[in-house]
Ligand binder design. Structure first.
Ligand SMILES: [Cu+2]
Length: 266
């Protein structure tokens, strides 16, 4: 004979199995087009699965309660009230705490793997510092050291309401960002007025652009194509229109584009 707890375990297992199935098979994100993207997507999948377990679980509990505890015929008042349940309270404190702790530590790991916490004391200039300095979100006094490590290095200017891309080694400015596929790109960003943000959803990267404080982003595109660059910081009345495009192309195409735009030395 089956008892109540057997059913409970069965239902919880089914909810978890369904959540994993949906979480691993339904993709809500745009195409992943940079080396960073699959790392970020791991975190998203885990969060999506946790969210699904909670959503499906709570919906079932609400539906169950609606029928189980509905007002019986002839019943007056609110029925029997339960006053406190220590075991239950301990369980519903410990489980969410563990989930939040796990998500926090796991997010930190992902951020570190994406290069968000790169150590800066690898060079000899910092020998007198015993503790290692970490860069939070690419913003640091040592930011300039992170720039220029790509095979293509570009300076980005953001202003109300446009992005401009300067190719310093070829001496020209473009309104469209062109980069070669499978090669590391390094961009240094500066704002002419207010705070903007440089966001490419397909690359899973986003970085603030701050007046007076350059920020750096290094990334490697992995798929040829045209993707949107979106300003992700409310920067004024036309913020919504502050967009540009990044064109990822084969290096031969990229060279061709560079040569078409290059300014000849006078
Ligand atoms: Cu903006």
């Amino acid at each position: 004979m089956l008892n109540k707890s057997y059913y409970l375990i069965l239902i919880i297992s089914a909810v978890i199995a369904l959540s994993f199935y949906v979480g691993l098979n339904v993709n809500l994100l745009p195409v992943d087009a940079s080396l960073n993207a699959p790392i970020y997507d791991e975190l998203f999948t885990i969060l999506f699965i946790i969210g699904l377990i909670l959503f499906i679980g709570m919906t079932l509990i609400v539906l169950y309660s609606l029928f189980k505890f509905r007002k019986k015929e002839g019943q007056i008042g609110d029925g029997v009230a339960i006053e406190g349940n220590l075991t239950l309270e301990i369980i519903w404190t410990i489980i969410p705490s563990l989930i939040v702790l796990f998500v926090g530590i796991y997010s930190y790991k992902i951020y570190d793997r994406m290069g968000g916490m790169n150590e800066l004391n690898s060079s000899h200039e910092m020998m007198n510092h015993s503790a290692s300095e970490k860069v939070w979100a690419g913003i640091s006094q040592a930011t300039n050291k992170e720039y220029g490590k790509g095979s293509t290095n570009i300076e980005v200017s953001a202003m109300q309401f446009a992005f401009l891309f300067n190719y310093p080694s070829d001496n020209f400015i473009s309104g469209e960002l062109h980069v070669p596929v499978d090669q590391k790109v390094s961009i240094k960003m500066e704002s002419k007025d207010v705070i903007h943000a440089f966001w490419i959803p397909e690359f899973r990267i986003k970085q603030d652009i701050i007046p007076g404080q350059p920020t750096v982003l290094n990334f490697t595109p992995t798929k040829v194509g045209k993707y949107p660059i979106i300003c992700a910081e409310l920067c004024g009345p036309y913020h919504g229109g502050m967009r540009a495009s990044i064109i990822v192309e084969e290096s031969s195409e990229f060279e061709k584009w560079i040569n078409q735009n290059k300014k000849t030395e006078v």
